[in-house]
Design a protein around this ligand. Structure first.
Ligand code: ZN
Ligand code: ZN
Length: 336
C-alpha cells in the first residue's frame, strides 16, 4: 500500500512502547484483541493520511500519530486508533530486517525545552528536591527506547515522554503538561547534561551566602514547617500559644545558649521591639541583631521619639509638644 512518506516513517518508528506512550498498556492490548477478531478493515488513503474503517468506526491516521482522529467521542487516543495504526503497520513494506528495532529518536524536542521553564513550573521546593535526588543518585528509573519512560515511585507517577512532546502521557491521566511531566523531563535533561543543575538552584535562604548557620526558635506547632526546615537547626521553644513560646524570653535565651548561638535576630513583631529582651541578650553574652535596648526604649514610644528628634534639631511634622492628656486638648490642637 502506498502511504504518505511521513506517515510510513511514523508507523515504522512506532514500536509497542511508543503506542503505550500515546495511551496506555490496557488500550494497546484491547486494540490487539479487537484486531485479531475483526475482518480486514477498509482503507482509503487521502490528503491528510489514511482513513481506516473498523466496523462502523472510522479513524484518520496521520503523522504524528498522536494527531490521528476517530469518529468515537474519545478525546484521548482510543483503542480504535491504536488498532488502525497496528493494522497499517502490518501493511508496511518490510525493510531489510523487519526484526531490527526502529532507530532511537534524537528527542530534539525534549532537548530543546527550556530547563528554566521546567524549574518555574515545579516551584522552588519541588525543584530543590529534584536536584537533590539527581545529585544524590536517588532519582527516577529512566529507560529510553522509542519513548523516554521516567518512573517516579515517590509521587507516584510514571511519565512517558515522546515526540511530539504534547502527546506525552502520565499515569495521572492529565491531558496537559502536568507537573509530573515537567519533573520527568527535568530528570531526563539533567541526565543528558542538557540542564545545568548549578544554574537551576533556587534562591538560597538568607545567610547561606555568608556561610552562617541558622538556628530558628519555633513553637511546637510550626516545628515541621518550611521556615523551620530551612534553618540549619530548629529549636522548640514551647507550645503554640505565643505567650508561652515566641514571647517567652527565658525559653528563647536558654535555647540560644544551649545550641551555642553567637547572635539572636528577633524576627518581626513579638520581641523585636522589646528593649528588655535586647538588654537580656547582651547580658547573656549574645549579640542582639538590632538596636540596643536604650534605642528601642527611646524610639518605641512615638512621643518620646518626637521629643528626641526635636532636641537633636531634626525637623518633624506639625503636632503637639509632647503627649496630650485628654480629648479636650486634642480638639483644641486640631482646631489650631
Ligand atoms: Zn475511537
Ligand atoms: Zn501527571
Amino acid at each position: 500500500m502506498q502511504l504518505p512518506k511521513a506517515l510510513s516513517a511514523a508507523l515504522a518508528a512506532a514500536d509497542e512502547n511508543y503506542l503505550i506512550g500515546l495511551c496506555n498498556k490496557g488500550t494497546v492490548n484491547r486494540a490487539k484483541k479487537d484486531l485479531a477478531v475483526s475482518a480486514s478493515p477498509e482503507t482509503m488513503p487521502g490528503q491528510d493520511g489514511v482513513t481506516v474503517r473498523l466496523g462502523d468506526i472510522s479513524c484518520l491516521i496521520t503523522a504524528p500519530l498522536g494527531e490521528s482522529r476517530c469518529s468515537c467521542p474519545s478525546s484521548a487516543i482510543c483503542r480504535h486508533r491504536i488498532a488502525a495504526i497496528l493494522w497499517l503497520k502490518g501493511r508496511l513494506d518490510a525493510g531489510p530486517d523487519p526484526a531490527a528495532p526502529p532507530p532511537r529518536p534524537e528527542f530534539q524536542e525534549l532537548r530543546a525545552y527550556p530547563p528554566e521553564k521546567l524549574a518555574k513550573q515545579l516551584g522552588s521546593k519541588r525543584l530543590s528536591a529534584a536536584l537533590f535526588r539527581h545529585q544524590s543518585g536517588s532519582g527516577p528509573q529512566i529507560t529510553e527506547a522509542s519513548v523516554v519512560t521516567v518512573d517516579m515511585p515517590w509521587l507516584p507517577a510514571c511519565v512517558r515522554l515522546l515526540e511530539p512532546l504534547e502527546h506525552s502521557t502520565c499515569t495521572c491521566h492529565s491531558k496537559v503538561f502536568c507537573p509530573h511531566k515537567a519533573e520527568a523531563l527535568l530528570y531526563w535533561q539533567l541526565k543528558e547534561g542538557v540542564a545545568d543543575p548549578s544554574l537551576l538552584q533556587p534562591a538560597q535562604p538568607a545567610g547561606a551566602a555568608l556561610d552562617l548557620e541558622a538556628a530558628r526558635g519555633v513553637c511546637r506547632a510550626v516545628q515541621e514547617a518550611l521556615a523551620a526546615q530551612l534553618a540549619t537547626q530548629s529549636l522548640c521553644i514551647g507550645p503554640a500559644r505565643a505567650a508561652d513560646s515566641y514571647l517567652n524570653q527565658d525559653a528563647i535565651l536558654s535555647a540560644a545558649l544551649a545550641s551555642k548561638c553567637d547572635a539572636i535576630h528577633p524576627g518581626y513583631g513579638f520581641l523585636s521591639e522589646n528593649p528588655d529582651f535586647a538588654d537580656r541578650c547582651v547580658q547573656a553574652g549574645l549579640k542582639y541583631i538590632g538596636p540596643s535596648g536604650d534605642v528601642i526604649r527611646k524610639l518605641g514610644s512615638k512621643s518620646a521619639a518626637r521629643t528626641l528628634a526635636r532636641s537633636a534639631g531634626v525637623p518633624v511634622v506639625p503636632g503637639s509638644d509632647g503627649a496630650l492628656k485628654n480629648v479636650r486638648q486634642a480638639k483644641a490642637l486640631a482646631e489650631e
